[in-house]
Design a protein around this ligand. Structure first.
Ligand code: NAP
Length: 414
């Protein structure tokens, strides 16, 4: 039973349900969507059209998404007087799968990130970001086709937990005082303070998701990306706990890199995933120089934020970067980029990242046939060099299309 405080419940469609941890998707699922700020409304309109067409082409009308608008950010404030109504959380919990446009966050003050609040309140603990080359996309590297990685970024803790106080505040002063008196730690009195919690439970559940994914997708390795040489009890512990989880729960199907060398003479045995780790700074070099050795990557929140943008730059940039935020009971799909406010209303930006996030959503719903209609159409359009400005400026002889025209071109190629 839907119990919204302010929203009018959807007039058509049926909710997706969970049965024994598996999604049960009706033929007319209600999918909530948040348009988002800045370029959000433009890319969301196009993405929904393309996704609808993919579903129609795959199932000939037997299945259909019943979109249901929910609100966050500027539009929520204008419509409901608050930036993130409680009904938005309730709708995502209730309907299990949702699509979201980017939401703006003020820098250095103002309200807390609505994105982070959504992730924390709904406990969307695994941020999954596939980074894969789409044929024809411009790239600054020689062999972008070697890039096929999936980043698992912990989404609820680390310095992103939002536990911080500004310089000069009562809380910052009191903490500095306490640390000085009780732990003899000297911190300049005019410091802002942020706290970086990393826990066993949240690290292990993220790693569990990464291993489950690697097993299901028959991936070869998982690299734990951390800065454990410096932040020993947070990032170093993250590394330790990831290894522990792999050996405790998946010892029969995982081996460490040391075992690979010492017990298997460097030859990866069939059916075993290699677990290895790398320092985050070195990883930025490694993904550029030896991308073929990067497969599934598991990391704390901040590393994941930085590294996913850098990896995406190798395969065409942020305009092509999808993302999923996954909890045990619901999932929120969104583009990895932000609201790019300078392009608002210009019908100019690339809607691909949101469409690709929608493809992840269809795969999550097990509507694989629809996903399989859309991806080749995107590839075909890019190969025809019909692209938005971000790719056009990097491709010789490209035809620059608007956001809407690009969507139409993809539909035409479906
Ligand atoms: P951004 O919105 O991702 O934009 C940075 C640059 O990336 C743009 O100037 C543009 O580069 C390129 N870009 C982004 N989206 C694109 C698209 N769809 N097509 C083509 N190019 C695209 O990052 P930002 O400017 O740092 O952040 C703006 C706001 O978004 C902030 O308030 C931030 O907090 C928020 N944000 C939200 C999310 C989220 O909702 N998950 C994520 C990140 C940031 P060029 O100008 O070089 O072409």
């Amino acid at each position: 039973m839907t119990t919204f405080k302010k929203y009018v419940p959807p007039k058509e469609g049926e909710p997706i349900t969970l049965q024994e941890n598996l999604l049960k998707v009706p033929d007319n699922p209600i999918i909530p969507y948040i348009e988002g700020d800045g370029i959000g409304p433009e890319i969301m309109t196009v993405a929904r059209k393309v996704l609808d067409k993919g579903v129609e082409r795959a199932y000939g009308g037997a299945k259909r998404i019943c979109w249901y608008e929910i609100y966050a950010g500027t539009k929520a404030k204008e419509t409901y007087g608050e930036l993130l109504p409680e009904d938005t959380f309730e709708a995502i919990r209730q309907y299990k799968v949702a699509l979201k446009g980017p939401l703006s966050t003020p820098i250095g003050g103002g309200h807390r990130s609505l994105n982070i609040t959504l992730r924390q309140v709904l406990d969307l603990y695994a941020c999954v970001r596939p980074v894969r080359y789409i044929k024809g996309a411009p790239s600054p590297v020689k062999n972008p086709e070697k890039v096929d990685m999936v980043i698992f970024r912990e989404n609820t803790e680390d310095v992103y937990a939002g536990i911080e106080w500004p310089q000069g505040s009562k809380e910052a002063r009191s903490l500095i005082d306490f640390l000085s008196k009780d732990f003899k730690v000297q911190i300049p009195m005019d410091s802002g303070i942020g706290i970086k919690p990393i826990s066993i439970t949240r690290t292990k559940r993220l790693m569990r998701k990464a291993v489950e994914y690697a097993l299901a997708q028959k991936r070869k390795s998982i690299t734990i990306v951390h800065k454990g040489n410096i932040m020993k009890y947070t990032e170093g512990a993250f590394r330790t706990w990831c290894y522990e989880l792999a050996s405790e729960e998946y010892g029969h199907c995982t081996i460490t890199e040391t075992q690979l060398t010492e017990e298997y003479g460097g030859k990866q045995p069939e059916g075993k995933i290699v677990i290895k780790d790398k320092l985050a700074d070195d990883m930025f070099r490694f993904v550029l120089m030896r991308p073929e050795e990067c497969d599934v990557l598991a990391m704390p929140n901040l590393n994941g934020d930085y590294l996913s943008d850098a990896c995406n730059a190798q395969v065409g940039g942020i305009g092509l970067a999808p993302s999923a935020n996954i909890a045990d009971t619901c999932a929120l799909f969104e583009s990895a980029h932000g609201s790019a406010p300078k392009y608002t209303g210009k019908n100019k930006v690339n809607p691909c990242a949101l469409i690709l996030s929608g493809i992840m959503m269809l795969e999550h719903m097990n509507w694989k046939e629809a996903a399989a209609k859309i991806l080749p159409a995107i590839e075909k359009t890019i190969l025809q060099k019909k692209v938005t400005y971000d790719l056009a400026r990097l491709l010789d002889g490209a035809t620059e299309l608007s956001t809407t025209a690009f969507g139409e071109a993809v539909i035409g190629n479906m």
